[in-house]
Design a protein around this ligand. Structure first.
Ligand code: SOE
Length: 390
């Protein structure tokens, strides 16, 4: 088993389970953070060999082989339905774990994973990477400095179009592989995490409706993003294409969010507005270099700038102002902060398995409300204190 010491940060041995689009994003961020990739496992031995060849590393036979490999960190980027098995194998191998969201298909299993990691001296983190946009930190910092006053309303959306075509499919569409919620678990989870992270508010209850706008799609393919060009058999879709959620936070603020994977022209448009009694803020993930701040008498747009703003805005700005930073740098920063925490240097704002478990409870509530038509409470489960706080 691995025994990481503080001096190891630039030479962590990491393994990646899953070689799809998001596995490749993890690999890039891991390498940029100085890690040594010791193995990759994909969806079949053939795909593992081919990914290992492309990524110049070793193919991992199965998750149990992690035990002998003894990596310091395992990145779990496999289809959602495999997360529980893969996280457990990583923990059994003594590794720290980074697991894609949703960490599990149900909140019961997500709690189990969070408890499992908390019972070790290892950490578990979840790539809620939009927290790592420098200007997200700037809004959060101004909110903490009470520039906004009492919150009036929180609203926004997260819209994509990669499943607009009735010919498009992915493992995410099939509830057996992706879990019972698709769009909300995949991207609504990001929006809710970001909203709670920026505002410090917690969703207390919600009322949701979901819709399946494409009732049949080609049978699932292993690839994450794939437009299948007809020919294959059609299967009935059992996960939502879009959802609309109204919520109230623990302090009573009303909010709404709409999520969709079928909104033409919207690629990855996470948009959030927070309206306070003194000012409002808007952040648009596709234009992350600016933030709009509104006041009753005027509004201003500020630009990301490593020489201005909060300490976190400065710390997470790796490029000068005007040299556009985006998703890739968020990912690098998230992986960087995870590896720092692995060696005992924990920074503020790191999304952990506790955040992943909370997210799973929100997803459960959305599905339950969509089924019953009732408002559903989101319970904040008390979590045992981690055995070791890096
Ligand atoms: C696909 O919907 C996806 O890659 C998500 O899985 C990511 O979490 C999101 O950041 C971008 O879209």
């Amino acid at each position: 088993m691995s025994t990481t010491t503080t001096s190891d940060r630039n030479d962590l041995r990491v393994a990646i389970l899953g070689a799809g689009m998001i596995g490749a994003v993890h690999r890039r961020a891991a390498l940029l953070n100085g890690a040594r990739l010791v193995g990759v496992m994909a969806s079949s031995p053939e795909r593992s060999s081919s990914a290992a060849h492309d990524w110049r590393t070793m193919a991992i036979r199965d998750a149990d082989a992690l035990f002998d490999l003894a990596p310091d960190v395992v990145h779990v980027c496999s289809p959602n339905g495999l997360h529980v098995e893969h996280v457990k194998a990583a923990v059994a191998a003594g590794a720290h774990v980074i697991c894609e969201k949703p960490i599990a298909a149900t909140s019961g299993e997500a709690d189990e994973l969070a408890d499992l990691v908390a019972g070790t001296d290892r950490i578990g983190t979840v790539p809620f990477v939009y927290r790592f946009h420098p200007l997200v930190r700037e809004i959060r910092s101004r909110m903490r400095d009470e520039e906004f006053g009492r919150l009036q309303l929180i609203h926004g959306s997260y819209l994509q179009d990669w499943l607009l075509s009735p010919l498009a499919t992915s493992w995410r569409v099939d509830s057996r592989l992706g879990g019972p919620s698709r769009t909300f678990a995949d991207i609504g989870s990001h929006w809710c995490d970001l909203m709670e992270f920026i505002t410090g508010e917690r969703i207390a209850s919600l009322s949701a409706a979901t819709t399946i706008t494409v009732p049949e799609r080609p049978a699932t393919s292993a690839a994450s993003f794939s437009a299948v060009s007809g020919g294959g058999p059609l299967v009935t879709v059992d996960t939502e294409d879009a959802a609309s959620v109204m919520f109230r936070t623990q302090s009573g603020v009303l909010g709404t969010v709409i999520v969709s994977q079928v909104s033409a022209g919207r690629k990855n448009r996470l948009w959030i507005e927070i309206d306070g009694e003194r000012r409002s803020a808007v952040f648009d993930q596709e234009n992350p270099e600016t933030v709009w701040f509104g006041r009753e008498e005027s509004a201003e747009v500020i630009q990301r700038d490593p020489s201005r703003g909060s300490s976190d805005e400065r710390r997470l700005s790796s490029l000068p102002a005007g040299h556009v930073q985006g998703y890739a740098q968020c990912f690098e920063n998230f992986i960087g902060d995870t590896y720092r925490a692995v060696v005992g240097d924990r920074r503020d704002g790191l999304p952990t398995f506790d955040d992943g478990a909370r997210s799973a409870r929100i997803v459960d509530a959305v599905l339950e409300s969509a089924r019953s038509g009732a408002w559903v409470d989101v319970v904040d489960a008390p979590r045992p204190a981690p055995q070791h706080q890096p």
